[in-house]
Design a protein around this ligand. Structure first.
Ligand SMILES: Cc1ncc(COP(=O)(O)O)c(C=O)c1O
Length: 377
């Protein structure tokens, strides 16, 4: 089936976070949602649930649990039990519950950076120390340097927070890298908290997603998934944690003092559709995103003073603009009508994150503004 990703759909009138922050003069390429409609089948599933007319408190539907278990097995060969699942109204609450569930107050968490900004506050939110360890750019890609992690880990460290595929760098870690990381965690008795929300958004046929927890059954792990990024329904709110270890799962479930909201029945309806999706929508949207990615990389390749590495997954480009020497790069780009995410919030001043999940015509306009802003830096 052919899908229309080219049409520009007005969003500001829906109070879209992405479209209101910078105002009408600025094209937004920041927060991680896409300017595309969700798949028609998913929208129909939500409408059908809505038409029931009663939107009461709702349990995870058993059919959804079965669908998610079957999806993990089918996609990744991962056999999990329904008992291992904890459903959530989002992945960020899951990260924070994980931060509380591991170790004891005062212990420390390893966090490779740059990373999606809510990771940075997980340790403090959980009364734990943060140990931030820089990713390294090597051979045109961002990697986790095990020597750096070895140098940073302390006897008090109880967990590592992983983002895979990686936001903001767009890396899809390969099996070998993840195996090395899992060995590191086992050597230091660390729980691995793995946010895999972007796993549906692979842009290269050579990239694959390996759920980290599958690499060694000895690993104590909390893996977080959600259909919301791939199917572009982040405003609906839903996540699911997979926690094989019963004691860790108990600790995770008991870590919420009443801060975590109920899950919307509409989100359950959407997720039930997503985890049984047999349509070609995801293949179509990732093919479109790959072309957008190519255009972004080509444009950036021609700009003096901006560098980026190849984006294998996500719809996020990580731009290194340090050599432009701008005091406040984000405001500079805004002056030229382009709203990016400032790298500082991801732990990396001097970088800007570019969300290319938009119609081609919007991207082209944004890229010409980007080029203009760079020429005038
Ligand atoms: C790595 C990562 N985790 C979590 C989230 C947000 O998850 P949620 O909206 O389900 O809390 C995002 C959104 O951009 C993300 O990139």
């Amino acid at each position: 089936m052919a899908y229309d990703f080219d049409s520009v759909i007005e969003r500001a009138a829906t109070a879209s976070t992405k479209w209101v922050l910078y105002g009408p003069e600025v094209l937004p390429f920041w927060v991680a949602d896409m300017d595309f409609k969700a798949p028609p089948g998913l929208l129909a599933a939500v409408e059908q649930r809505l038409s029931h007319g009663i939107l009461g408190y709702t349990q995870p539907p058993p059919a959804l649990e079965d669908a998610f278990v079957a999806w993990l097995l089918d996609r990744f060969g991962w056999s999990v039990s329904r008992d291992w699942l904890v459903w959530l109204p989002g992945v960020v609450p899951g990260l924070n519950l994980a931060g509380r569930a591991v170790g004891a107050p005062g212990q420390s968490l390893l966090v490779p950076v740059p990373v999606y900004h809510p990771f940075l506050s997980v340790p403090a939110n959980a009364g734990k120390q943060a140990i931030f360890v820089d990713l390294v750019r090597e051979g045109g890609r961002w990697i986790m340097d095990i020597d750096r992690l070895e140098a940073a880990v302390r006897p008090t460290t109880c967990a590592l927070l992983l983002c895979s595929p990686q936001n903001p760098t767009g890396r899809a870690y390969d099996r070998g890298e993840l195996e090395t990381l899992v060995d590191f965690c086992l050597r230091h008795d660390l729980t691995l908290v793995s946010d895999e929300i972007h796993c549906g958004l692979l842009l290269d046929s050579t990239a694959s997603h390996v759920p980290t927890a599958t690499l060694n059954p000895e690993l104590r792990s909390i893996s977080l998934f959600s259909p919301n990024k791939a199917y572009n329904i982040p405003g609906l709110g839903l996540g699911v944690a997979v926690i094989p270890d019963p004691a860790l799962r108990d600790a995770f479930e008991n870590a919420d003092p009443g801060l975590v909201a109920e899950i919307s029945p509409l989100a359950f309806a959407a997720a039930s559709w997503a985890y049984t999706d047999r349509s070609d929508w995801l293949a179509a949207v990732t093919a479109y995103l790959a072309q957008n990615r190519d255009l972004l990389e080509e444009t950036v390749g021609m700009l003096d003073g901006v560098e980026m590495t190849h984006v294998q997954a996500t719809y996020l480009g990580w731009l290194d603009v340090r050599t432009l020497g701008l005091e406040d790069a984000n405001s500079h780009f805004v002056r030229f009508g382009i709203g990016l995410s400032d790298g500082e919030q991801f732990g990396a001043p001097g970088f800007q994150r570019f969300n290319f999940g938009c119609p081609r015509v919007t991207l082209e306009q944004g890229l010409s503004r980007l080029a203009e802003a760079v020429r005038n830096a």
